[in-house]
Design a protein around this ligand. Structure first.
Ligand SMILES: Nc1ncnc2c1ncn2[C@@H]1O[C@H](COP(=O)(O)OP(=O)(O)OP(=O)(O)O)[C@@H](O)[C@H]1O
Ligand SMILES: [Mg+2]
Length: 619
């Protein structure tokens, strides 16, 4: 039964998951993905806008620096000085006019902290004037490259961000000074502190949240502005190759979702800024962008979890509700089949289970009636079978008796004739004998033995031949009286026979001759047992019986009684305790009574007499 419930709950659970949990999960997941996509898309736009702002600021910054330097190159004092200086050796030039130019340079330098130093240079590398005569740029490799660029330039030249020997990042902005001939006669070179001046421009973190940053990467792939996570030493020592950096250094602009130089997933905008020979990266960590979704994610997971839990509980409850009546029906069927025919189901209701219960109950009702009637039929069949067996036994017995009777009759017939002849001759011989002589006694013994044999043969014939009854209604009183008449020759004077016959008595339906034979036999036994002083009481009374009228005939004597051991054997043929008895008297009595279907019983106590009770059916 538990198995059935488990099976139902599994199926229900599967169905609930199919129609509720899975669709809710799919919808929740797709909504989450859509929201994530939207957030990331808006983050793309956002970082792009910020990147654009930063690029504009860089442009503005560059424009301001260019203006400063252009003002210098446009000053007639500077130009005259350069024209003159190119005709002099440098030492005499310095003493002549350099102070004014130096002042201009110093003034310009003071305008912005971006200026590390400003120099007036010749294309061949000579320094005509300088804010810092000890500047190391003079010997730097970059300086030489800038000079080369200056030679071929037709306008200002901005060097890539590069490192000096002090490991700081610098930019060189060089503006040419043209002579009247149109050739580049000299130039003004400003050494710009990249980290100190560009960094503040990118350091504005407005719109970048907690994890965002904007930084510049030079052509080599090194971060040249401050990093949120790494020190300047670390950034200058390493080349970074994130998707954003590599794409920007490939001169591409765009937005993407990638891992930054710290391995964190970021939404980034990468822009190549040709003027600075650098890539501008603006990045915000993806986790921060998607942080608003965390609540939705938790809510979605909680919803899915709650729905799953509800489904499980609901399927358990429902399976219990569904399986209970089925279990009841199954249990009732099992009990009914094991023999509890009164088993019924108490389920009611208009649903299928109610109908099923009703059908079961009506089927059980009909089946139990059928089974009960079958049981009755079986019992009556069994009784009929037993009766048949008994009849068969009786038939076999009567057939046997008939065969024995035939045999006995023929034997008796064969012996009786010679015996009659013996008796006749014996009697003839007897007549010649002197009654007082010694032979007469032997003659008397022989004659009595012949009489004993004749009695035996007669009883044998009686016992062995089948009984045929001629039933008629008769009065028991007259049969009793005739029986006494028949016995009277055997009565002695000291014997008393008392009669107690109720009046009226119902007539007996039977063979009066045979019943007389029974009474004679029983009374004779009583007389023989009691002997001298015998007192025999014959009582006939009516009794109420279920199957109609009945008579009770009792023959009581005051004889010595029958021992308990003999009492079981008195109806057996040839059982006798008498010297001249055949032992067939009571056997014949029993046979006659059974032929009538009348009952007979003997009760006796040693020393207290014997009572023979007979039940005779009335007419
Ligand atoms: N009233 C009685 N009192 C004591 N014993 C009895 C009485 N009736 C019968 N019996 C015992 O039952 C035995 C069998 O009786 P049954 O009439 O069959 O044979 P029987 O009387 O011995 O011989 P038969 O009837 O040929 O004279 C008797 O021998 C006797 O022992
Ligand atoms: Mg007898």
């Amino acid at each position: 039964m538990f198995h059935l419930r488990k099976k139902i709950s599994h199926k229900l659970l599967f169905a609930f998951f199919l129609v509720a949990v899975i669709p809710i999960s799919i919808i929740g997941f797709s909504m989450y993905r859509t929201a994530e996509r939207t957030l990331i898309d808006s983050a793309y736009t956002h970082v792009q806008t910020i990147a654009q702002n930063h690029a504009n600021r860089l442009d503005t910054w560059y424009g301001e620096r260019l203006n400063d330097i252009k003002v210098l190159t446009g000053l007639s004092a500077v130009r005259d000085y350069c024209t003159m200086a190119c005709g002099l050796d440098s030492r005499s030039m310095r003493t002549a006019k350099s102070e004014l130019v130096d002042n201009f340079l110093a003034l310009t330098r003071a305008k912005s902290p971006a200026y590390q130093s400003i120099h007036v240079i010749t294309p061949s590398g000579g320094i005509l004037a300088s804010t810092d005569t000890n500047s190391e740029i003079i010997v730097s490799k970059r300086y030489l490259e800038d000079l080369k660029s200056l030679m071929h330039a037709d306008g200002p030249v901005l060097s890539p961000v590069h490192q000096h020997s002090n490991l700081e990042w610098y930019l060189h902005l060089t503006v040419p000074i043209y002579f009247e001939s149109g050739d580049i006669g000299a130039g003004v070179m400003a050494i710009l502190d990249a980290l100190g001046t560009l960094d503040p421009l990118l350091a504005d973190r407005t719109g970048l949240g907690n994890t965002g940053e904007a930084y510049l990467v030079n052509e080599e792939g090194k971060i040249v502005t401050r990093s949120r996570y790494l020190s300047p030493e670390q950034t200058s020592a390493k080349i970074f190759e994130t998707v954003g950096i590599v794409s920007a250094l490939d001169r591409k602009n765009g937005i993407a979702l990638y891992r930054n130089y710290m391995g964190r997933e970021v939404v980034g905008s990468y822009t190549w800024i040709p003027r600075f020979h650098a890539a501008l990266l603006v990045e915000i960590e993806k986790d921060e962008i998607l942080a608003p979704l965390e609540g939705i994610k938790v809510a979605a997971l909680l919803t899915a979890g709650t729905v799953s839990l509800v489904c499980i509980l609901f399927s358990l409850l429902l399976s219990r509700q569904i399986s209970r009546p089925i279990t009841q029906i199954a249990e009732a069927s099992r009990r009914f089949s094991s023999g509890e025919l009164a088993q019924r189901i108490s389920c009611s209701g208009q649903d299928e289970v109610g109908t099923l219960s009703e059908s079961f109950n009506s089927m059980a009702e009909k089946l139990s009636i059928l089974i009960e009637s079958l049981k009755l039929k079986e019992a009556s069949l069994q009784k009929a079978y037993d009766d048949l067996l008994q009849t068969k036994e009786q038939l076999v017995q009567s057939e046997k008796m008939a065969a024995v009777g035939e045999l006995v009759a023929s034997v008796v017939h064969e012996i009786r004739n010679p015996l009659s002849s013996v008796k006749l001759n014996f009697q003839i011989i007897g007549r010649t004998l002197d009654k007082e002589g010694p032979l007469h006694e032997h003659y008397a013994i022989g004659l009595s033995q012949i009489a004993q044999l004749e009695k035996m043969f007669s009883s044998l014939l009686d016992y062995s031949k089948p009984i045929t009854l001629e039933r008629v209604p008769f009065e028991i009183k007259s049969v009793i009286e005739q029986s006494i008449c028949q016995i009277s020759p055997y009565c002695r004077e000291d014997m008393i026979i008392l009669l107690g016959i109720d009046d009226p008595l119902p007539s007996v339906f039977g063979d009066p001759g045979k019943i007389q034979q029974v009474i004679v036999n029983v009374v004779k036994n009583a007389m023989e047992s009691a002997g001298a002083g015998a007192k025999i009481e014959i009582r006939a009374s009516a009794i109420d019986a279920e199957q109609g009228k009945e008579l009770l005939l009792e023959i009581k004597d005051n004889g010595p009684g029958i021992s308990e051991q003999d009492l079981d054997r008195i109806f057996l043929p040839f059982f006798t305790t008498k010297q001249k008895g055949t032992g067939l008297g009571l056997s014949i009595v029993k046979k006659i009574m059974e032929a009538h279907a009348f009952g007979i019983s003997v009760s006796s106590q040693e020393g207290a007499g014997t009572v023979v009770s007979m039940h005779l059916r009335g007419a």
